[in-house]
Design a protein around this ligand. Structure first.
Ligand code: SDX
Length: 428
């Protein structure tokens, strides 16, 4: 028997359907609420509002569970392969050998940028924020691939997905090289996805960057851990842009902009800045905790807290373990890791954080991880975007194929002036 919710307004009772997800989550279906009652709901930040039905990622925030198409994220720790996970998220299953070969070949075929795109990098100041470049260049890609504005079939979609996933790497690496005044290093078709990215970032014209297997694995796992996260701010942005039937390039460029914010993907950079400030003696871990608790301060403990996780973010756990391995492998003694651990220890013992269920999230240790890989701080959120891109494409495709979805157009509660007369200029 279908469950319903009963709503009584001004003595009148309404029955609203309850829908149940495959993991037992329940939602009150209010798609007919305004027609039936004349009222709307009010939920700034949408913390209590489901925007869609999705089969891509499942999160249980209370238990700290994250699954991609049903597979627990921990399963990807061994032999991490970002291209396989990208395929899983987008097409709904892990690729078999032939599917993986075909998709990898598409990625390799599409690794270069159109040569005329290089000039756009020259137009940015060397101090340009890489996220600004990334968003601009993803939109610019659409100027060279407008055949994907209308997707006729699955093959066209797969080709578009491969171009975006392959070229974001090249754009990211080129923006890094430009910022240092270094020559662009072209992709090497013999290298796998992450190895090719590291090659484009760190090789020199006549000196191939040596890619240690452990570092390649760490890069794969880091991108996997960022690959999708249900209806977060940037993914919701991608879906909203898609809902107007804009193309996937425009939707992902908008996703980059949403991810940039310090409360979202920009947090990893802010965590590093916070740890650096502590390291340089500007502030102590104890003072950090105190400021984070001070309602009169806008300071937030970056890398802590989450809208959905009210438990330890499973991604933070994995990254924390991975950081130790990479620091040991590279024989790096990074003082920031000890500061981060101290902050975590203080916060998890403090009632302010315990009562609010504030735990480390994906951004808390990822910055130290990226630093150990040689990635500069201003590129951290770009790496996050590289990882999240397959998730954005998967969510874009799921909505694009869902005929029940409509253009996103929320309502509001108006609190402005009631009707008033126009006052001519001479009387103002
Ligand atoms: C990501 O949504 C996703 O899935 C995102 C993400 C993904 O993969 O896409 O997981 C990636 O964005 C991770 C989050 C990265 N951001 C940060 O680390 C920034 C610091 N964190 C916060 O700003 C905050 O926790 C958010 C933005 C992550 C969540 O904000 P909410 O859900 O709106 O929570 P809130 O602001 O309502 O906070 C509830 C309470 C408040 O205190 P009270 O008013 O109840 O007294 O907790 C406090 C907040 O002041 N609080 C914090 C805090 N986070 C929440 N206090 C100090 N430091 C913090 N970090």
């Amino acid at each position: 028997m279908a469950q319903t919710a009963t709503l009584t307004i001004d003595g009148k009772t309404y029955e609203l359907p309850i829908i149940v997800g495959t993991e037992g989550e329940k939602a009150i279906d209010i798609t007919k609420l305004r027609d039936q009652t004349g009222l709307i709901t009010y939920d700034p930040g949408f913390g209590n509002t489901g925007s869609c039905k999705s089969a891509i990622t499942f999160i249980d925030g209370e238990k700290g569970i994250l699954r991609y198409r049903g597979i627990p994220v921990e399963a990807f720790e061994t032999n991490p392969n970002f291209v396989e996970v990208a395929y899983l998220l987008i097409f709904g299953h892990l690729p078999n050998a032939q599917e993986k070969l075909n998709f990898s070949e598409r990625l390799t075929k599409n690794e270069l940028l159109n040569e005329s795109m290089k000039h756009h990098f020259e137009g940015f100041p060397v101090t340009a924020p890489p996220m600004a470049i990334l968003s601009a260049m993803i939109n610019t890609l659409s100027c060279y691939h407008h055949q994907f504005f209308e997707l006729e079939d699955n093959d066209a979609f797969m080709e578009m997905a491969a171009r975006l996933i392959s070229k974001i790497r090249t754009i990211a690496a080129f923006s890094y090289r430009r910022s240092l005044g270094l020559p662009f290093i072209y992709p090497d078709p013999k290298l796998r996805y992450c190895a090719n990215f590291l090659h484009m970032m760190f090789s020199l014209p006549y000196e191939q960057y040596y890619i240690e297997p452990e570092i390649e694995d760490a890069m794969n796992l880091l991108l996997i851990l960022h690959a999708d996260h249900e209806q977060n701010c940037s993914t919701s942005t991608v879906r909203i842009v898609e809902s107007s039937e804009a193309n996937c390039f425009a939707s992902c460029a908008a996703g980059v902009c949403a991810l940039w914010g310090r409360l979202h993907g920009g947090a990893n950079e802010k965590v590093l800045e916070m740890l650096e400030k502590i390291h340089q003696g500007g502030i102590t871990p104890e003072e950090c905790i105190k400021m984070a608790k001070d309602k009169n301060s806008s300071f937030r403990l970056m890398g802590f807290g989450h809208r959905v996780y009210k438990n330890y973010d499973p991604r933070a756990k994995i990254i924390k373990t991975m950081v130790d391995k990479v620091l040991t492998k590279r024989k790096i003694n990074d003082p920031l890791i000890n500061i981060a651990r101290r902050i975590e220890e203080l916060a998890l013992a403090d009632s302010y954080f315990i009562d609010r269920k504030l735990y480390p999230n994906v951004d808390f240790y990822s910055g130290i991880m990226l630093r150990a890989l040689g990635i500069p701080t201003n590129m951290f959120t770009v790496i996050f975007a590289m990882g999240r891109l397959p998730g954005w494409i998967a969510q874009w495709r799921e909505q694009h194929m869902d005929s029940s979805m409509r253009i996103a157009r929320p309502r509001q509660i108006y609190i402005g002036n009631n009707e008033m007369s126009f006052v001519p200029l001479e009387q103002r």
